[in-house]
Design a protein around this ligand. Structure first.
Ligand SMILES: Nc1ncnc2c1ncn2[C@@H]1O[C@H](COP(=O)(O)OP(=O)(O)O)[C@@H](O)[C@H]1O
Ligand SMILES: [Mg+2]
Length: 296
């Protein structure tokens, strides 16, 4: 049997259709999951949206960009051998650094981070970009799980994003930190401002979530002239706490739980929003924007 990785390696090295100026290749939709404050549920949002989007037939890749902390890995109970760094230094191709999670969800560990990107020489960069095109081609939705807070890395990931899922809980500090993140993003040029969708996690009921959404939407509009969309609400659910201990997404351990149903609704909404919009710009374009931010 011909080694599939070897085959893909040949494609990357030889096929000039994957030349990095080729604009016609369809691109994955890149959704960056972020928050002002830590511990609000980002990683759980990432894995559960991945499960639900898989159930809806989408090909999903999760990228862990919370450098240093093995978040998603713990929730999915997997141990990746390689990271993006192995592609950047030319030793692996993109498919070789993917770890297979439940339901064929692919997982990529970010590795030592975006800082590596600016150290690449032209040849390495071209190789890396070709790999990104391949990732774009073989994926429908890429979910990026970022760290929390107004750190350079998180801000750059949010700025380069095309679409952000901003996660908050009803806790006042979590809400003010979410606002602080929106405020920092609002200094960006309007045309490069990512589309921001709010997800309120750990709510008592939908009413509570909706109130938080309207408040944040209003202040962001009035003081920052930034529009925030409503993505939805996830209830506080003991099933989710249990599932974290089982190292499994709640959507798989307890598919009938309230939290799982909420993730299911939100995933359908994400797909419906896509149908109404133009689709994704792709991961390749995301990384290029990211590099511009680091070089400026
Ligand atoms: N909807 C929820 N219901 C109950 N507990 C939750 C919920 N979402 C998150 N948690 C709790 O919060 C913890 C942190 O979640 P996590 O996804 O790791 O946050 P983050 O990635 O933002 O740091 C989880 O381990 C879980 O105990
Ligand atoms: Mg996390």
């Amino acid at each position: 049997m011909i080694d599939q990785a070897e085959n893909l390696r040949k494609i990357i090295h030889n096929n000039n259709q994957l030349n990095h100026e080729t604009p016609k290749i369809r691109s994955a939709r890149v959704i960056t999951i972020t928050s002002g404050k830590g511990g609000v549920g980002k990683s759980n949002v990432a894995v559960n949206l991945a499960v639900q989007l898989r159930k809806l037939g989408k090909r999903v890749v999760i990228i862990d960009a919370d450098f240093g902390l093995a978040n998603i890995e713990v929730i999915l109970g997997i141990v990746p051998k390689y990271t993006f760094s192995d592609v950047m230094n030319g030793e692996k191709i993109i498919t070789e650094i993917m770890t297979e999670g439940p339901m064929n969800i692919k997982f990529i560990s970010g590795g030592s981070g975006v800082q590596d990107l600016i150290r690449l020489n032209e040849k390495q960069l071209s190789y890396f970009i070709k790999n990104l095109y391949l990732l774009d081609k073989m994926t429908d939705i890429i979910l990026i799980d970022t760290g929390a807070g107004l750190t350079d890395a998180v801000l750059s990931f949010s700025r380069a994003a095309d679409e952000i899922v901003l996660v908050t809980t009803p806790e006042p500090t979590s809400i003010t930190d979410a606002y602080a993140l929106v405020k920092t993003l609002s200094t960006q040029k309007r045309e490069s401002l990512p589309n921001i969708k709010l997800l309120v996690n750990r709510v008592e009921d939908e009413e509570e979530g909706r109130e938080i959404y309207f408040k944040l939407k209003q202040v962001s509009k009035r003081f920052l002239d930034v529009e925030i969309e409503e993505l939805g609400y996830i209830p506080y659910d003991k099933a989710l706490v249990k599932s974290v201990k089982l190292q499994e997404p709640v959507s798989l351990s307890f598919p009938k739980s309230e939290a799982s149903k909420a993730f299911e609704n939100i995933s359908s909404r994400i797909i419906n929003i896509d149908a109404a919009n133009r689709g994704g710009l792709g991961f390749t374009s995301f990384v290029k924007r990211l590099m511009n931010l680091f070089n400026s």
